[in-house]
Design a protein around this ligand. Sequence first.
Ligand code: CAA
Length: 272
Amino acid sequence: MGSGIAQVLVRSGYSVVLHDTTQELVGRGAEKISRGLERDVEKGQLTAEEKQRAESRLKTTTKLPDLASFDMVIEAVTEKFEIKAEVFRSLDALCRPEAIFASNTSSISITRLAGVTRRPMRFVGLHFFNPVPVMKLVEVVRGLDTTEETVAAAEQIAASVGKTPIRSRDLPGFVSNRLLMPMINEAVYAVMEGVAAPEGVDGVMKLGMNHPMGPLELADLIGLDVCLDIMKVLHEGFHDSKYRPCPLLERMVEAGRLGRKSGRGFYSYAKA
Ligand code: CAA
């Protein structure tokens, strides 16, 4: 997600520093951005020169202090509160007090994340969708102390990269995953209970409901570990058994069948 977000930002004229923990990971992100921009050139949406200019606006780093002078930091690390909190605590000590912090979290409370920093008023949810260059939506999530100025700045950034911002209150799963994840979870139950095979479940939703991808194909794209984490956030956040994660989803994650990124989920994928 991080490289997709960086790609749409550099394409729209922003200077971006892409940070990851190792040189290999951040290099992989930069390559992905380059391939994505090349795709735009092939489609005639970007000239070779514009691609070059966009790439020149991208820098990579493995050192957090290199982010210190920026106006906005968009976090897209793994969907675990403690890991995100640790990143934000470090950034809070490094970045200018005026800088806005945004999290691409798909379900963790923005208020709770903002609470680990000294800038909850300048902390906002900026939730992009996969594949970032294609999907039009950005959910903008306002924490308890987020100011209207911060929300407006987040909406302006989203609009300036060609996305449509839609506001959500800071309740578990926001709007998107409160609706999407129970559907995916129920699709896994349907497979577990033998109602239909994954191809059948996905076929029903594609042919009968006009979804571009079936829920299980989509789960493989998102990552089954991410889907499970989000179901846990919904279950724990609402204390409602209707959000209990399907045991088959838990078993698949335990088995390392995480979807496209591991080469196998509900379907098999040739590893890139
Ligand atoms: N990067 C950039 N562009 C991509 C892309 C990628 N990874 N994948 C596809 N595209 C582009 C293609 O180039 C093509 O562009 P043009 O129309 O300009 O030619 C367009 O998308 C359509 O692609 P395809 O014809 O190859 O394939 P498709 O019609 O099957 O579309 C899809 C692919 C866009 C992924 C479509 O299947 C889709 O919309 N699926 C649903 C995706 C979805 O629901 N995403 C949200 C997931 S939830 C999430 O991200 C957040 C969360 O919190 C969990």
